[in-house]
Design a protein around this ligand. Structure first.
Ligand code: PEP
Ligand code: MG
Length: 923
């Protein structure tokens, strides 16, 4: 028979810390603390496997479980010197949940189990403290009715009608009636009377009696904890945290110790180091004469644990260090023992019963990004952990947090979230609403922080996006234009926020004041967010890491200027084996990426020179090229465009001197660059002396039903070879000119959206001819690498043939995901959301790399490519290049490098290092 019950207590235990999967975090750590000889009330842990069996069994406890439990209880009785359900010397227990990975407050707990008309007299005699006994009893009734009799029975009362709330209201009413201010004013008689009233209320509301039988209470408690694994809160928390539904929770049944036995009793919660700053100070809170729930539930304001925990708000309150110096000293010793054993910062719960200290819980504590960094570097110095462990200690998300100014999470809690969208660009932003790019630029020029709010963004918005401090769009997904660009700039951005509705119309002009600055506000429209109407100039705060929008000012904090960060990144590179490049297409971003440690550029999108600052002239030339209706006219326009492409390439090649730079030939459908509205088309026609009807017809003629699968990528270069030729000439000339100036350009060119080797051969033939021409013109020979993107499933499958022409592969996982799923990158957001909610797919594949199929194609692509060309260099330049959860997959499958936006570079370096460390540890 499977063993479902593991006991602990009296300095021994059947479990230990590394048995979390079976015993849950709490159970495993209680066992470990016993093995460390710490004072832990004895108890038993019912395994997570039992929880799974319970659910498989149609919510029935497995046969024989209760016998095993009673055997375990006998062990507890022996250690504690008390007996469960005994009239003379009764033992009371708590029943608590404990999943593999902690889900704070998401599941249920029942305390004081075992109090009944049979055991109460014994308790009274034993403690000689009726107030305490009846206080414990009324707490048991409240918790048991709430957790076991209501929640676990699936009763869903209307808001405010839950049994817990009704009993709480009775307690408040009783206090008010008697003129009591605090719970501690209630006398033993009051509490005894309240307990009887509570029981009547429970019967009245729930239709069943509160069980006056200790044995029944025990079984009810255990079942209720199992049930709470599938409670609403727990289910949504698991979804957010990505915790699998089939893990199940363990149940810990543990002898009660009481912090509410009077003024020599207390309870507290502490962190072995400061979880916000990482400082090496014991940090915590405690309450005299209270039970644990009083501290966490915020019913009473807790006192500071010690001098280090005192602040402006609580400095007048007494600390444990002052009031119970001996016990505090003992707790400090435990702190040291625990840190030495776990080599980490721990979050602990303790209770003092009549002067004696007990440990009720310890677990590795949650911490901010700054704290994680500070602690890891400190612990390295203290010899608690080694260098590889330091690298493992900071999660990619925590590192990301360090790179962006963020909303202050403690201040954030004080405000209500107005709307939620997709967290496309991390960090935080606070500013006034700008509804157009022009307005965003105007605000920026006036030094006013602003948030660009748009239906969606298009290339014409780029300057406004640059000028804005944050971006909020109603539509779009994680790889939408706004998201991509914003992430590249490290800009806070929320996309796909359904609650945003924009209405544009011109109305009045007024003057508004921001601090001391006055600006004219032209009412050009309004935006409704979550039912509230806002105007330009109204304030919003964005949490781009979570996708949350506020309509109030939330405080910002900046965590970047930490010298520890530099030291940490040095350690990271010591362990990293996979390369990290960046996606950048201008000198500034390239420089930023180098500063963040990029080793090259993995993707320079040539078409980006036609967006944003200084793009007017080249865009004009590009349009001439697109709108040309003869080959001659097109060639003439291309000749005028070429110098701009050359100069743009030179600028970034210079910054990247000596480092590889992969240019990608122009990729998007050309119609993206021509004016779409009739108004704009008329403007262009007029400016160029063209016939509007003809121009309009030409643009209409370019219209495609499925532009993502139409004339784009390499197809452009095959239909219009002169476009590719111009790009080759510009890039080759840029390279030779720089060589002549003494630079060391490392040119790489790749062809997008390839489906077979023939396409590449076609383009390579052009390249060969242009190369000869350029070499002849400048009288200098040069080298470059010719490669391709792999972003269509077919290309991955014929990678062996493609590698005969391509010297390197770069996996465009954005398109590869689009083409594998048949999900349009630009439109599929709402569908994906429903798919994820309905569990049809586990996550948005544009955001979370799909290892199963897109990954399989990547694997096949690398394997087949290298079968032909063993030294083939392979990189990823889709957005997944910056996805830390995908890094391990890429590393394990032999990727040479990942390439991501500049601000993701440190995160990618960290993820790559962690993948290498994990592999070494597995070996
Ligand atoms: C890709 O498809 O992954 C890619 C990098 O190219 P783009 O996003 O420009 O289509
Ligand atoms: Mg692509």
């Amino acid at each position: 028979m499977t063993k479902f019950v593991y006991t602990f207590g009296g300095k021994t235990a059947e479990g230990k810390a590394d048995m979390k999967n079976l015993l849950g975090g709490k159970g495993a750590n209680l066992a470990e603390m016993c093995l460390l000889g710490l004072p832990v009330p004895a108890g038993l842990t019912i395994t997570t496997e039992c929880c799974t069996a319970y659910y498989e069994n149609g919510c029935q406890l497995p046969a024989g479980l209760m016998d095993e439990v009673w055997k375990g209880v006998a062990n507890v009785e022996k250690i504690m010197g008390m007996k469960y359900d005994d009239a003379e010397n009764p033992l009371l227990v708590s029943c608590r949940s404990g999943a593999r990975s902690s889900m704070p407050g998401m599941m249920d707990t029942v305390l004081n189990i075992g109090l009944s008309s049979k055991t109460i007299p014994g308790m009274l005699k034993k403690t000689n403290n009726p107030r305490f006994v009846y206080d414990s009893y009324r707490r048991l009734i409240m918790m048991y009715a709430d957790v076991v009799m209501e929640k676990s029975e699936g009763i869903e009362p209307a808001d405010g009608k839950g049994i817990r709330k009704q009993l709480d209201d009775m307690l408040d009413a009783y206090k008010e009636e008697h003129g009591y201010k605090s719970d501690t004013d209630l006398t033993a008689d009051d509490l005894q009377k309240l307990a009887e009233d509570f029981k009547r209320k429970v019967k009245e509301v729930l239709g069943t009696e509160f069980p006056d039988d200790a044995k029944a209470q025990m079984e009810g408690g255990i079942k209720a904890v199992f049930k709470s694994w599938n409670g609403k809160k727990a289910v949504s928390y698991r979804k957010i945290e990505g915790i699998p539904d089939d893990w199940g929770t363990a149940v810990n049944v543990q002898a009660m110790v009481f912090g509410n036995m009077g003024d020599t009793s207390a309870t507290g919660v502490a962190f072995t180091r400061n979880p916000a700053t990482g400082d090496n100070q014991f940090y915590g809170e405690w309450l005299i004469n209270a039970q644990g729930e009083d501290v966490v539930a915020g019913i009473r304001t807790p006192n500071p644990l010690n001098d280090d925990t005192k602040n402006e708000q609580n400095k007048h309150m007494h600390s444990m260090q002052e009031l119970m110096p001996e016990t505090y000293k003992e707790l400090c010793e435990i702190r040291t023992i625990l840190e030495k054993n776990y080599h980490d910062m721990l979050d602990i719960e303790f209770t003092i019963q009549d002067g004696k200290l007990y440990m009720l819980q310890c677990r590795v504590g949650k911490r901010t990004g700054v704290a994680a960094l500070t602690m890891a570097m400190d612990m390295l110095k203290e010899g608690l952990i080694d260098e590889s462990e330091v690298v493992m200690r900071i999660s990619p998300a925590q590192l990301d947090e360090l790179l962006h100014p963020i909303l202050d999470s403690s201040d954030e809690k004080k405000h209500e979230v107005l709307a939620k969208g997709l967290p496309a660009g991390p960090g935080g932003a606070v500013g006034v609403i700008a509804l157009t790019s022009e307005k965003a630029k105007e605000y920026q020029a006036a030094g006013i922080k602003n948030i660009l709010v748009r239906e969606e963004t298009n290339p014409e918005d780029v300057e406004g996006m640059r000028a804005a401090d944050g971006i909020l769009t109603a539509r779009g997904g994680m790889t939408s234009h706004a998201a991509l660009v914003a992430r590249g700039w490290g800009k806070c951005c929320i996309v796909g926020c359904d609650a945003v509705k924009i209405e544009m119309e011109r109305t009045s002009v007024s003057t508004n004041e921001y601090g001391k600055k006055k600006v004219n506000v032209e009412e050009i429209g309004t935006v409704t967010i979550g039912g509230k109407v806002f105007h330009e100039g109204d304030l919003l705060s964005l949490n781009g890491s979570k996708g949350w929008v506020y309509d109030e000012e939330v405080k910002m904090i900046n965590a970047t200027e930490n010298p520890l960060f530099q030291q940490f990144m040095k350690l990271v590179d010591k362990f990293r084996k996979m390369g990290v490049r960046t996606n950048a297409d201008n000198p500034e971003d390239a420089q930023k990426a180098i500063d963040f440690g990029a080793e090259g550029i993995g993707l320079f999108r040539i078409e980006h020179m036609f967006y944003g600052e200084n793009s007017e002239v080249p865009l004009e030339k590009l349009r001439n090229m697109i709108l040309a209706d003869t080959l001659e006219a097109r060639k003439a326009a291309l000749a005028e465009l070429e110098p701009y492409v050359r100069e743009s390439a030179k600028g970034t090649l210079k910054v990247m001197d000596g480092k590889p730079l992969t240019f990608r030939l122009m990729d998007p459908p050309l119609h993206e660059f021509v004016p779409q509205t009739e108004e704009k088309q008329r403007e262009v026609a007029k400016a160029r002396g063209l016939d509007f009807e003809k121009l309009h017809a030409r643009i209409e003629g370019m219209h495609e039903v499925n532009p993502m699968m139409g004339l784009r990528g390499v197809r452009l270069g095959i239909i219009y070879p002169e476009i590719t030729e111009m790009q080759f000439r510009a890039l080759f000339s840029a390279t030779v000119e720089l060589m002549k100036e003494g630079f060391h350009p490392q040119l790489e060119i790749m062809v997008p959206l390839t489906i077979n080797a023939a396409e590449l051969k076609h383009q390579k033939a052009l390249a060969n001819r242009v190369k000869e021409e350029v070499e002849a013109k400048y009288g200098t020979k040069f080298n470059y690498k010719f490669g391709t993107m792999i972003e269509i499933p077919r290309a991955a499958l014929v990678a062996n043939q493609i590698a005969e022409v391509a010297e390197f592969f770069s996996f465009g996982t954005n398109d590869l995901t689009q083409m594998t799923f048949g999900f349009s990158r630009d439109d599929v957001n709402a569908i994906v959301k429903t798919y994820v909610d309905e569990k049809i797919i586990p996550a948005d594949p544009f955001n979370n790399f799909d290892r199963e199929c897109v990954g399989e194609l990547v694997k096949i692509g690398i394997e087949r490519g290298r079968a032909t060309r063993p030294e083939l260099k392979c990189g990823v330049c889709g957005e997944h290049g910056g996805d830390p959860t995908a890094a391990e997959f890429f590393y394990k499958n032999g990727m040479t490098y990942v390439s991501c936006s500049p601000f993701r570079v440190p995160v990618a370096r960290l993820a790559a290092a962690q993948a290498a460390i994990k592999e070494a540890r597995e070996k």
